[in-house]
Write a protein that binds this ligand. Structure first.
Ligand code: SF4
Length: 336
């Protein structure tokens, strides 16, 4: 590990000023991802600005009945919060599916959103990686791709975003509140993350020195919601495919109809993937396994798997169908 300066701050303005004033400075929150990167040499900052003591640890109900999570709320506290468990089960379940108990005790809301890909080549300095070293190439293209993208990738990078929480927040239409040198910005989470295109080194639209201070959730809609994660072992593993979904069924008429639906996929793209095509097909339709499969197929029509990860297309199709069936009380016996 290379030596660096360390500065602890207690005010967001000081944090922003310290990082914005030094192009080689970084924020340090829970450190669950960044400290690994320091040890591996993936990042070599001159200055670490410790924001873990910022007073951003509250979960507050908003006037509109939505919820505001401070950026320093620990993942385990968010997962266990009564309002989140009751009104946003998709978020609580996504949080509990991530990492381990110890890591969730340390990881923060803001840090979770900004964790970086676990692509094995990104973490191995002896290999080419455009995300770590722009222009060097992408070792994954001819390598190990089990955890890599099937949607929205580019010839420069096929990495996936590793956060479970971000997938749930994408389905929930959360807003990310950011404080920076030019004041506050409010970014819909659907606009926070980038696809790799020809700049895979940039994961998000945040500028250097911008600090996530909170995440805001819209008022609970009454929709049922859940999160399902498929992985290689039962815990402490990243998603091969995950699905966060909310479904609101109107059953006041002779035939139940899907009034609204939100679906986000994890483990399939450089960002949490909002399944807008599937949603459009399902809105206003009668819940059925056939409709769910048709919607999943429409979403996955644009999938471009690489050698070694074509299985994820069928896996995503099955996961979408299963989650929607669960949320609409279709019987397991009805599954294919
Ligand atoms: Fe690097 Fe992206 Fe290629 Fe992985 S997939 S080696 S992160 S450029």
């Amino acid at each position: 590990m290379k030596p660096f300066e360390y500065q602890r701050v207690s005010d967001p303005n000081d944090a922003v000023a310290a990082v914005a004033g030094n192009p080689k400075a970084k924020f340090l929150a829970g450190g669950t991802n960044l400290v690994d990167h320091l040890k591996l040499g993936i990042t070599t900052p001159e200055l670490l600005v410790d924001i873990s003591r910022l007073d951003l640890t509250e979960v507050e109900e908003l006037e509109n009945q939505g919820l505001r999570l401070g950026a320093m709320v620990r993942n385990s506290d968010a997962a266990a919060h009564p309002l989140i468990r009751r009104n946003y089960p998709v978020l609580s379940r996504a949080l509990l599916s991530g990492a381990s108990g110890q890591l969730r005790n340390a990881a923060t809301t803001g840090g979770n959103l900004l964790q970086r890909t676990r692509c094995v080549y990104f973490q191995d300095l002896s290999t080419a990686c455009n995300k770590r070293e722009p222009g060097s190439g992408c070792s994954a293209l001819d390598g190990y791709t089990r955890y890599h993208a099937i949607l929205g990738a580019s010839p420069h990078c096929i990495a996936t975003h590793p956060s479970d929480m971000a997938v749930a927040l994408t389905a929930l239409n959360a807003t990310v509140v950011v404080w920076g040198p030019d004041g506050e910005r409010r970014i819909p989470i659907s606009k926070l993350y980038r696809l790799p295109e020809d700049h895979p080194e940039r994961d998000t639209v945040l500028e250097h020195g911008e600090l996530i201070t909170a995440v805001e959730l819209p008022p609970p809609s009454g929709a049922r919601s859940t999160y399902r994660k498929i992985r290689d072992r039962a815990s402490y593993a990243f998603a091969l495919v995950s699905v966060a979904a909310l479904v609101d069924v109107d059953d006041s008429g002779p035939t139940p109809l899907i009034r609204d639906v939100a679906i986000a996929l994890g483990g399939v793209a450089h960002k949490p993937w909002r399944a807008e095509r599937a949603e459009a097909i399902l809105r206003g339709s009668e819940p059925s396994l056939e409709a769910f499969r048709r919607a999943a197929d429409a979403e996955l029509q644009g999938a471009e798997p690489v050698a070694g990860n074509a299985f994820k297309v069928q896996m995503a199709r099955g996961a979408i169908t299963t989650v929607l069936a669960e949320l609409t009380d279709l019987q397991e016996a009805d599954h294919e």
